[in-house]
Design a binder for this molecule. Structure first.
Ligand SMILES: [Zn+2]
Length: 223
């Protein structure tokens, strides 16, 4: 079951104090599709002032969990590699006895959505991050521009391909690049060598993590 709480949010435009329902947890296996769709579309985080109609996005931590697929993604806006997760929060969501659950942190809404999409599609996110980072160079060469970021966006079982959507250059132009599932499988072999036994901890697996892993992997294979 999902859990919610009431919060007071002052409107950034008129300062009116709005009572808003915010989600603390969303359960993918019991809550039904409607809430999940609203979560992924961002509608769940949309704020509209009851006084002046001003609209904004509310960024607050939310935990998505799916006990059927055995994963949790904890969205904590602006979290970075160095910041520790609040111990209280971690305890609150430790779900004693559940040890074989993949627990991830996400620091941005796009990362959060991507994690859910990856696990829903039955993929390993560590391998996916490595495959994505390996494609940064390909996309950079093809476009002659800097790749700013990207996310897993599609999977075709029939064609044996996975696709990523990248943001390129100053204007964050969208560039879609597909690759063979074989690349993902190779990435999974590399990822397996670097998986930490994280137990019940929430960990941040993102492009920085993958770059670091690839760097160490290449060094090891040079010597
Ligand atoms: Zn207002």
């Amino acid at each position: 079951m999902s859990s919610t709480e009431m919060k007071t949010v002052s409107c950034p435009s008129c300062n009116y104090e709005n009572n808003v329902t915010v989600y603390k947890t969303i359960n993918g296996s019991t809550d039904g599709k409607a809430i999940k769709e609203k979560m992924l579309s961002g509608e769940l985080f949309r704020f509209k002032c009851q006084n002046c109609g001003h609209e904004a996005m509310l960024n607050y931590p939310v935990l998505y969990n799916d006990m059927d697929k055995k994963f949790m993604v904890f969205y904590i806006p602006e979290i970075d590699r160095t910041s520790a997760v609040d111990e209280k929060l971690e305890k609150e969501f430790a779900y004693e006895g559940l040890n074989d659950i993949t627990r991830r942190l996400a620091g941005s809404f796009n990362e959060f959505k991507e994690k859910v999409h990856i696990f829903d599609s039955g993929f390993d996110d560590c391998a996916m991050e490595i495959a994505k980072v390996a494609l940064y160079d390909v996309v950079s060469k093809r476009t002659g521009d800097t790749v700013k970021g990207g996310y897993f966006s599609k999977y075709s079982e029939k064609d044996g391909t996975i696709g990523f959507t990248f943001f390129v250059g100053e204007e964050n132009q969208i560039y879609v690049q597909t690759t063979r599932v074989a690349i993902y499988k190779k990435s999974a072999e590399i990822a397996a060598q670097f998986k930490e036994d994280t137990g019940r901890k929430f960990v941040l697996i993102n492009s920085d993590w993958a770059r670091n892993v690839l760097y160490i992997y290449k060094k090891k294979n040079e010597s």
